[in-house]
Design a protein around this ligand. Structure first.
Ligand code: GLN
Length: 367
């Protein structure tokens, strides 16, 4: 698999500017249909009035204008959120950042704002962890270890009832379940397990330059007491076989992978196609795993905000305390959003506002 040319990772302003001009510059007369590297090969060009090309172009202009309009509408919300402070490094984020990237299943892509700014993936790694665990162990085993019931609780909840902890109390999208999932990843060492997770993330995002953010990792490792408590509870109830600190070190690293809205949109688009890469149609994971992950995103991806999100937006999505949201519109598109101001549930506040408006305008709700 070759990464799409020009898909820059991280802060590469030169590349970003070039791409912005190419994709959203107003004058497309010389290049009437901006193509992107992962556009599907069977797309047919027809020219002339009333042709598919004209319709396509109108639609493109509409999408570009729509994203800009919605971004401006949501900008006031960025300052209503609060940056995460329990991981000191995340408190340095700029509340004014707001970006969106959309990759449609026809290969067209659109973006606005700070779509190329890097941030820590945080909990948006959880669906990727779950995918890797499924690919390594199969659905039956993973499900026997970590359940699929929505917790309806905050992301760091201690979900123990009647003095016992069962797999049904765990969900892969909240911390305790995700830490249990970490223990299911294959590899001779935790170093190797992390490399495998990083490689899968790069592959799904079509971006070989995705890296660990060392500062965020160390910051969380030094302060992650609640996650230590959760991991020790798992150990107490026999749900974690390996050394607690080793598993946690892997989990903290997983959460500290640095991505952009573009990366999240591309990963979301692979989930929206239930496992095929947008540029090559190479299958990365079984179709059933796509169904499994998307269903859990729908019911628990936004934690105790998942019900409201289902009603107001209506698509599977995952948030992270770094300010990212990855939304999956099955068969239609992947969406990546970044805005570090969080609501009281730890979800990007302006990000949710943006998704609500986008969903209304494009009829994205799967319900
Ligand atoms: N690394 C974070 C934590 O464990 C992830 C939480 C989140 O993004 N909601 O607290």
């Amino acid at each position: 698999y070759h990464a799409p040319a020009g898909h820059a990772a991280g802060p590469n302003p030169q590349a970003a500017r070039g791409r912005c001009q190419r994709l959203s510059g107003a004058d497309h007369s010389e290049n009437p249909l901006p193509r992107i590297p992962w556009m599907r090969g069977n797309f047919k060009l027809r020219t002339g009035p009333g042709s598919g090309l004209h319709r396509e172009r109108r639609n493109e202009v509409y999408m570009e204008a729509l994203l800009e309009e919605l971004l401006e509408q949501c900008r006031p919300y960025t300052r209503q959120g609060k940056v995460a402070t329990y991981i000191p490094e995340l408190a340095k984020a700029n509340l004014d950042d707001l970006g969106i990237y959309v990759l449609r299943s026809d290969g067209q892509h659109f973006h606005a704002g700070d779509w190329n700014k890097p941030f820590a993936i945080q909990s948006v790694i959880k669906p990727i962890l779950l995918l890797l665990a499924l690919m390594d162990n199969g659905e039956e085993y993973v499900r026997s270890r970590v359940g699929v019931e929505a917790t309806g609780k905050p992301f760091d909840a201690i979900n123990v009832t009647d003095q016992t902890l069962l797999s049904d109390h765990l969900n892969p999208m909240v911390n305790m379940g995700a830490i249990a999932i970490c223990g299911l990843i294959h590899g001779a060492s935790y170093e190797e397990k992390f490399q495998r997770l990083l490689e899968l993330t790069r592959k799904l995002a079509g971006n070989p330059d995705i890296q660990l953010d060392q500062d965020v990792y160390l910051s969380e490792k030094h302060t992650g007491y609640k996650n230590r408590a959760l991991a020790f509870l798992l150990k107490t109830y026999g749900m974690l076989e390996d050394d607690v600190e080793e598993v946690l070190d892997f989990y903290f690293k997983a959460c500290s992978i640095s991505v952009t809205s573009q990366d999240l949109a591309v990963i979301g688009s692979v989930l929206s196609s239930h496992g095929t890469l947008p540029d090559s149609e190479e299958r990365v994971f079984d179709r059933e795993y796509g169904n499994y992950v998307n269903a859990i995103l729908m019911t628990c991806g936004m934690y105790d905000g998942s019900g409201a999100f289902a009603v107001n937006v209506g698509v599977p999505a995952k948030s992270g305390v770094g300010g990212g949201i990855m939304a999956v519109v099955p068969t239609r598109m992947g969406i990546g959003i970044f805005s570090p101001g969080l609501d009281e549930k730890g979800n990007s506040l302006a990000g949710i506002q943006l998704l609500e408006r986008l969903s209304n305008r494009l009829y994205l709700s799967i319900f």
